[in-house]
Design a protein around this ligand. Structure first.
Ligand code: KIV
Length: 275
């Protein structure tokens, strides 16, 4: 079944959890889609997981369009959300609409995501008015890593918790159809989820959210630089891959790969003419 913004709305109404994972390429998106994921986020986390940057700040619109287009070619039923990279929407409402439009037109995603609360509500409103569905993202917003002074849990004291609650209401009011809550205390995320009518998608925000998102390299143990507290390894694909690489190296070195069944044939008649 095709997942749309209406599916998200219905799932919240029915109390059915929404599943989302990140992906950045055709093959992975196809596997996830075939597994029945509701939504795929082409996150700007690709800057770290795919490109090896230490944060997401260097990711460009061209990077996002390139990877989003690959994912949308692989996903038949999942709702694909393209992430707006740093400085593609903060600069002005005009830039936000133009860049959201590029992500949808060239990347063929079904919605865009951008980070921030009240400060980006004019951008959210304008993008939604351009008929592009928006997922908001509050709490720990990685593009603000320098302003936050590191990757830290948000909303732990009363003022910050109140601000997050207000921001969730503000992005809903601006027209976002869902909101990602990243690294927010579980009970606060639950309160926000009960307060707003749009689905909340948590990452490091506990089970009280309407859905969950994880970076796929984290949940498959493919990304070994660090493991955030909220990550669970659902499979040890990193070890499986390393074993596969080691077996390949061994078999090539010892000459057992390629075997007969991996080779193409030529008739002796043709071959003999070459001598
Ligand atoms: O870029 C990303 O992968 C994200 C998720 C962590 C929500 O924004």
């Amino acid at each position: 079944m095709k997942n749309t913004v209406s599916t998200f709305k219905q799932m919240k109404a029915d109390g059915e959890k929404i599943t989302m994972l990140t992906a950045y390429d055709y093959s992975t998106a196809k596997l996830m889609d075939e597994s029945g994921i509701n939504s795929i986020l082409v996150g700007d986390s690709l800057g770290m997981t795919m490109l090896g940057y230490e944060d997401t700040l260097s990711v460009t619109m061209e990077d996002m369009i390139h990877h989003t287009a690959a994912v949308t070619r692989g996903a038949k039923n999942a709702l694909v959300v393209g992430d707006m990279p740093f400085m593609s929407y903060q600069t002005s409402v005009y830039d936000a609409v133009v860049n959201a439009g590029r992500l949808m037109k060239e990347g063929r995603c079904h919605a865009v995501k951008l980070e921030g609360g009240a400060a980006v509500c004019p951008q959210i409103k304008a993008i939604v008015e351009a008929q592009i569905p928006v997922v908001a993202h509050i709490g720990l917003t990685p593009q603000a890593v320098n302003a936050f002074g590191g990757f830290k849990v948000q909303g732990k004291n009363e003022a910050d918790a109140r601000r997050l609650l207000e921001e969730a209401k503000a992005v809903e009011e601006a027209g976002a159809f869902a909101v990602v809550l990243e690294c927010v205390p579980a009970k606060l995320a639950e309160l926000i989820s009960k307060t707003v009518s749009i689905p909340t998608i948590g990452i490091g925000a506990g089970a009280g959210c309407d859905g969950q998102v994880l970076v796929y390299q984290d949940m498959l143990a493919l990304f070994s630089d660090f493991k955030p507290k909220f990550v669970k390894h659902f499979a040890n694909a990193g070890e499986v891959m390393k074993q596969g690489f080691a077996d390949y190296i061994k078999e090539v070195k010892e000459g057992s790969f390629p075997a007969e069944e991996h080779t193409f044939k030529i008739s002796d008649e043709v071959l003999n003419k070459l001598y």
